[in-house]
Design a protein around this ligand. Sequence first.
Ligand code: PA5
Length: 442
Amino acid sequence: MVKVNLGGCSSFVKDADYKAYVNKALEAFDTLQAENGAGNDFLGWKTLPVDVSEDIISSCEQVRDSWKAKGVDLVIVIGIGGSYLGARCAIEALSHCFVRKEGNPQVVFAGNNLSEEYLAELMDLAKLRNTAIIVISKSGTTTEPAVAFRIFKEYVEQTYGKAEAAERIVAITDEHKGALKTLSTQEGYKTFIVPDNVGGRFSVLTPVGLLPICVAGFDIRAMLKGAADERESLLVKGEDNSAVQYAAMRNLLHTEAGKAVEILVTYSPKLVYLAEWWKQLYGESEGKDGKGIFPASVNNTADLHSMGQFIQEGSRVMFETLINVENANRSVVIGSDEQNLDKLNYLAGQHVDHCNAMAQLGVKVAHIDGGVPQMEVSIERIDEYNLGSIFYFFEFACGISAYVLGVNPFNQPGVEAYKKNMFALLRKPGFEAETEAILKRI
Ligand code: PA5
């Protein structure tokens, strides 16, 4: 289960204020549970850990097995925002840092940028490998994945033939509408559905996250179990509820202590994308109506040597949320050296993870001394079960937190603004008037 430790905030807030914010969070908890708050038609994520059917899970496993049987060793997952960050987070966290999981394809991502160089280099890789594609877009109309899909669809059709290409492409999209839905029906692709009542950034436990994670060789059943167990514990209302505690404290630090930025702090390179997923979840859910805490991240200890100076002594605008991983999955012990020229014998016999933990503790104390409150969110280890748990924890806490803040957590109206301008500048039919208007301004 996810544990929250607020000890590193105690010198920055008053007990009475914390209690007041816990009460606000408990009210928000009720709103979320009664499903009568803003955006309440997008609450399907709440029951996903127990709702995902055996049919969906075994269909994911069937795709994995059928591609393995074809010798597929590269799967390109095409999607952007909520349609890729959850899968990428899990796959990066669970994968060996350097070696692909034996017997499973490498999973790479496209459609999350418009870089020509990136796509060209991915094409170089595809040409060396036995390739399949998962294309994900709930709306089915998002430009970035649509462009990438057009390019790689053409490649697999030319390489494997149209009929075989249809066996190597799986689409995940809306049940009824959108260009991707139409195209998939016409081309006969296997299709998974993104439920209507689940928004992109809350969709990691739908096929959007489950299929890529499964195809990469990871245990989605364990992930769903972790999420289900976390849900069970978060359903218990009270001031000990960890999501209530996290939501209360971050709103208190923001509103009463004037903190505008929350930095998610990780201590493993495998967790860089946990922070990216979290940033989207909180950024898109809370950053609206002129409100919100800006979600940022650092990956330590690397970033102690880049951002550490600012966090220690720069503008006092931030608080930190540390992701504490209690146990390492692997063991590396520092040896003893007779000559001790590097003067490291004082560490002989220690696990590297012990040094990491001491860095973590030292940073915590230094940052608190420097005026940066620190919350701690702990998981037992990095595995499927605990990732399912932390996904659900942050989603549930996000719903509560956004309601405390007073915004609708489940819409993202601001994302549309750039699209109109981009379409106008790309001369998309129907945007002629905007094109003229925008060209006059630049
Ligand atoms: O959280 C969200 O809703 C967004 O980030 C979407 O996931 C993102 O914009 C991609 O949208 P779509 O899946 O419709 O292509």
